[in-house]
Design a protein around this ligand. Sequence first.
Ligand code: GDP
Ligand code: MG
Length: 182
Amino acid sequence: MGHEGAGGEEYLFKIVLIGDSAVGKSNLLSRFARNEFDSNSKATIGVEFQTQVVDIDGKEVKAQIWDTAGQERFRAVTSAYYRGAVGALIVYDITRKTSFDSIKRWLDELTTHCDTAMIKMLVGNKCDLENIRDVSVEEGQSLAEEEGLFFIETSALDATNVQTAFEIVIREIHNNISKKVI
Ligand code: GDP
Ligand code: MG
């Protein structure tokens, strides 16, 4: 995706968003891709992916970011969803502990369906709701350390760290591939 291979070909980096229903996956993507927030979550059903060009150190890098489009509600994210993904944002809601407890299950999904070299970022979303926080920053950090994940807290509502979360993943993928090409 925007990355020039040895033969000048373009690579497209596939990144998947996963996590329990209603943690804010669709809004993270709409905030990142269109700088929009939608309080009516139903409106996002049906969106499958967005292609986004990101500037990494002066280079245009293209990422195709997939949204579950509501599939996760029925615990039926298909293997086609994961196929070819080189990055993942695994999202929970900092105000809902059960969504954090589900992270291990989502990581198991990635182990089953994806390459172990995949770049993974644990995302604690809804950090604007500090007053009803249910998962501490430290809990997020220590799970990320245990599992070898990047970690960030975000708010799709007020746009905190949304750009940064996606950019870190895209940059890491880009750097890994560049190393292989050289
Ligand atoms: P998804 O099911 O994981 O795709 O979640 P959605 O993006 O549809 O969001 C679920 C609900 O959480 C919606 O009502 C959103 O408006 C709300 N939401 C999403 N992100 C945030 C956030 O960062 N802060 C707050 N306060 N609400 C959010
Ligand atoms: Mg959604």
